[in-house]
Design a binder for this molecule. Structure first.
Ligand SMILES: [Zn+2]
Length: 153
């Protein structure tokens, strides 16, 4: 099932942990609808801007998967509203900056980006709720803590 022109449901649901632990990480209708909103509003525009496939490290996480990886069950990943991703060959700060400056989103987080480890270190977390309810919150999270805005961009 395709969520948008270049983003499939399968890549938003895939989880190595779920496979290994035999967790059924299948989203329900509402969670799929949320994933589709996220794909259309954020993932697909990013794909088109950089003209390269996204690598989605984690999209939807069912409650059992959240528990298995130590993520809160209130996480937006569980609602189908968030994805962690990157684009191989494109610096994560450049992708985050494009999202911040051009797209509507709920929360954008540049996570564990370390310039000393290379521009592809870390990943981008982005969530989408709805155009009325998006908070447009931009954060950087790294080993030193959580900071407002995109640090070092
Ligand atoms: Zn995330």
């Amino acid at each position: 099932m395709e969520l948008s022109a270049n983003i499939s449901l399968a890549e938003c649901v895939k989880s190595q942990t779920a496979l290994r632990m035999k967790i059924d990480n299948t989203p329900n209708v509402d969670q799929i609808a949320a994933l589709k909103q996220l794909a259309l509003a954020v993932l697909q525009p990013v794909r088109e801007r950089f003209e390269r496939p996204l690598v989605i490290g984690s999209g939807f996480r069912c409650a059992a998967l959240c528990t298995a990886i130590g993520s809160k069950t209130t996480s937006q990943h569980r609602m189908g509203q968030a994805a962690d991703f990157e684009i191989p060959g494109i610096p994560n700060p450049a992708v985050a900056k494009f999202i911040r400056d051009n797209l509507s989103f709920d929360q954008l987080i540049l996570e564990y980006y370390d310039p000393e480890e290379g521009t592809n270190s870390g990943w981008i977390h982005c969530s989408y709720v709805s155009s009325e309810r998006n908070r447009d919150e931009v954060l950087t999270i790294n080993n030193n803590g959580t900071f407002e805005g995109l640090l070092g961009v």
